[in-house]
Ligand binder design. Structure first.
Ligand code: HEM
Ligand SMILES: *[C@@H]1O[C@H](CO)[C@@H](O)[C@H](O)[C@H]1NC(C)=O
Ligand SMILES: *[C@@H]1O[C@H](CO)[C@@H](O)[C@H](O)[C@H]1NC(C)=O
Ligand SMILES: *[C@@H]1O[C@H](CO)[C@@H](O)[C@H](O)[C@H]1NC(C)=O
Ligand SMILES: *[C@@H]1O[C@H](CO)[C@@H](O)[C@H](O)[C@H]1NC(C)=O
Ligand SMILES: *[C@@H]1O[C@H](CO)[C@@H](O)[C@H](O)[C@H]1NC(C)=O
Ligand SMILES: *[C@@H]1O[C@H](CO)[C@@H](O)[C@H](O)[C@H]1NC(C)=O
Ligand SMILES: *[C@@H]1O[C@H](CO)[C@@H](O)[C@H](O)[C@H]1NC(C)=O
Ligand SMILES: *[C@@H]1O[C@H](CO)[C@@H](O)[C@H](O)[C@H]1NC(C)=O
Ligand SMILES: *[C@@H]1O[C@H](CO)[C@@H](O)[C@H](O)[C@H]1NC(C)=O
Ligand SMILES: *[C@@H]1O[C@H](CO)[C@@H](O)[C@H](O)[C@H]1NC(C)=O
Ligand SMILES: *[C@@H]1O[C@H](CO)[C@@H](O)[C@H](O)[C@H]1NC(C)=O
Length: 350
């Protein structure tokens, strides 16, 4: 029965239709009686970490996004590379880029002390994203909970599904549509770039020889261009960092959108929201600029919607005891159940 369910799950993943199946089974009070201190524990760890690392809230919001866009919000991004696990952590958008894995582990350790075997790593990612928004001054919402952790990861799928910063507006729209997210979700969730940093390698193509024109991207503000050329030398290693939001880098607000009006979007995918002149998208951006409350309301709704993508619930998946590995492998021993599970995955995806 369990293996039948798993096979079904994998077939659905291959069809790419999962978002439409497992919606609306989560509940903010899921752990009310089994781990009542859950959110205070997550909050305590994140508040503390943010004092020494103000970028961490941004990194954790992104981690949840990168989890949900690959096989759904199943904590697949947290799984380390093994013979059986095709880790997503070294996929191009993640490699030397995702942060916060150690923070998630610290939260998990504390939760295992307080309520052992209860809280999934996928739920930790969702809750950490919401508390991170709060800590950065952004919207507050009740996080639907009850996700379970998957048995697999898929690096190829991470490379396919996680949007690249060079995507055009049409490519961004379709990357989000693949996840059951519409253009309102695309615009609202892109607003997460109101906090955090990006490395030069993700936008340096805009600075010197954009699309082989021999010139910079004409939709990049020339003042910002000069400053970015100073931070990101042509042909450099591309690992220098700069703020995604030029004006208020660590505050969650709607300035991300007003920056775009001045051609101060850092990534091409940011500036595309306005510069491609897609009238529906431009209208949403303008609404968010004129009404920050509206942006916050939409961000909450879209985060909840994203947090529902492909979730495992009920008897699907497991509650990992360590977020970086599937259960039954803590001492290098692989249980029969785990072996059967991974064989099922391979068979059903053929
Ligand atoms: C629309 C398509 C998107 C693209 C192309 C994109 C791309 C990127 C890139 C290239 C970075 C810099 C990573 C680095 O330099 O290591 C970044 C950072 C970030 N992204 Fe996105 N992203 C997108 C959507 C989102 C969404 C939907 C969210 C969350 C809801 C998000 C949240 C973040 C955050 C918070 C950071 C800063 C992370 C940090 O400072 O550690 N992004 N994104
Ligand atoms: C919940 O956390 C508070 C403070 O963080 C602590 O005083 C209390 O003992 C905890 N309760 C349980 C049941 O762990
Ligand atoms: C807070 O973080 C510091 C290191 O920055 C650590 O030593 C301390 O134990 C942490 N405290 C709590 C309550 O998490
Ligand atoms: C278990 O861990 C060992 C050692 O890290 C690794 O070789 C093996 O592939 C892992 N098995 C699973 C199912 O992840
Ligand atoms: C991983 O994703 C790729 C790309 O969608 C797919 O072709 C492949 O079957 C997946 N692998 C597994 C083991 O599910
Ligand atoms: C996007 O989906 C939400 C519901 O998830 C809906 O309220 C909104 O109107 C949709 N936006 C567009 C442009 O279709
Ligand atoms: C821009 O890139 C193209 C293709 O690589 C190259 O032919 C051209 O010489 C480059 N232009 C400049 C100014 O570097
Ligand atoms: C960026 O990186 C280059 C090369 O690694 C370095 O020389 C330069 O000082 C850095 N610039 C800034 C502003 O960090
Ligand atoms: C470029 O950005 C600066 C502020 O950073 C602004 O004053 C200027 O108007 C912008 N230029 C354009 C063309 O939007
Ligand atoms: C968008 O509109 C502006 C102003 O009319 C124009 O300068 C620009 O070329 C247009 N961009 C595209 C990609 O059509
Ligand atoms: C801003 O948006 C909020 C949320 O949708 C709405 O309640 C409010 O009326 C809007 N304010 C204005 C001035 O339009
Ligand atoms: C996962 O990888 C990290 C970083 O390489 C390492 O510190 C950690 O011990 C690994 N955890 C497991 C369970 O393999």
């Amino acid at each position: 029965m369990n293996s039948l369910r798993l096979s079904f799950f994998c077939v659905v993943v291959v069809l790419g239709a999962l978002p439409y199946f497992s919606y609306a089974q989560l509940d903010p009070s899921f752990y009310a009686s089994t781990c009542s201190n859950l959110s205070s524990i997550v909050r305590e760890v994140l508040t503390n970490v943010s004092l020494s690392d103000p970028r961490m809230p941004a990194s954790l919001i992104r981690l949840h996004f990168h989890d949900c866009f690959v096989q759904g919000c199943d904590a697949s991004i947290l799984l380390n590379q093994t013979d059986e696990i095709d880790s997503e952590q070294t996929a191009f958008p993640n490699d030397n880029s995702i942060r916060g894995l150690d923070v998630v582990n610290e939260i998990k350790t504390r939760l295992e002390n307080a309520c052992p075997g209860i809280v999934s790593c996928a739920d930790i990612l969702a809750l950490a994203a919401e508390i991170s928004s709060e800590l950065a001054g952004g919207p507050v919402w009740e996080v639907p909970l009850g996700r379970r952790d998957g048995f697999s990861a898929n690096q190829t799928l991470a490379n396919e599904n996680l949007p690249a910063p060079s995507l055009s507006i049409d490519q961004l729209i379709s990357a989000f549509a693949n996840q059951g997210l519409n253009i309102t979700d695309l615009v609202a969730l892109s607003g997460a770039h109101t906090i955090g940093r990006a490395q030069c390698r993700f936008f340096v193509d805009r600075l010197y020889n954009f699309s082989n024109t021999g010139n910079p991207d004409p939709t990049l503000n020339t003042t910002l261009l000069q400053s970015l050329q100073g931070i990101c030398p042509n042909g450099g290693p591309g690992t220098n960092l700069t703020n995604l939001d030029l004006t208020t880098p660590d505050t969650f607000d709607s300035n991300y959108y007003s920056n775009l009006q001045l051609q101060n979007g850092l990534l091409q995918s940011d500036q595309e929201l306005l510069s491609a002149n897609n009238t529906d998208i431009v209208a949403i951006v303008n609404n968010f600029i004129s009404n920050q409350t509206l942006f916050f309301e939409n961000f909450k709704a879209s985060m909840i919607k994203m947090g529902n993508i492909g979730v495992l619930t009920g008897s699907q998946g497991e509650i990992r005891s360590q977020c970086n590995s599937v259960n039954g492998n803590s001492s290098g021993l692989t249980t029969t159940a785990t072996k059967e599970s991974s064989q099922d995955s391979m068979v059903s995806s053929l």
